[in-house]
Design a protein around this ligand. Structure first.
Ligand code: ZN
Length: 102
């Protein structure tokens, strides 16, 4: 009766193949090179998400860090240029300014 022994053999062969597969897969992925070569970045890469803000004057969207931040009437506004900022601040003095409709 070599039935049980045969099953164990298959199990051991399967286990060995599985381990070999894991090892080969790890080798193919590339061994870790300690202190060799210049990596692109050390440590965890910082993910800086640019918050897009809209210029209320011209309506263009731009990254927040590139925009001109102006606090007007307690509200933060972002502008693409000083011209837009000045125009907005100059025009913001008048309230409820309605353009010609029609
Ligand atoms: Zn603008």
């Amino acid at each position: 009766m070599g039935l049980i022994g045969g099953l164990w053999r298959y199990l051991l062969i399967g286990l060995a193949v599985f381990i070999l597969y894991r090892v080969l897969k790890r080798w193919l992925a590339g061994p870790p090179a300690p202190g060799q070569g210049a990596g692109p970045a050390k440590g965890a890469p910082r993910e800086v998400v640019d918050l897009m803000v809209q210029d209320p004057q011209c309506g263009v969207y731009l990254p927040q860090h590139e925009a001109l931040k102006v606090t007007a009437r307690g509200q933060e506004r972002y502008f693409c240029s000083e011209a837009c900022r000045d125009a907005y601040l100059a025009g913001g003095q008048e309230n409820n300014k309605q353009g010609p409709q029609g």
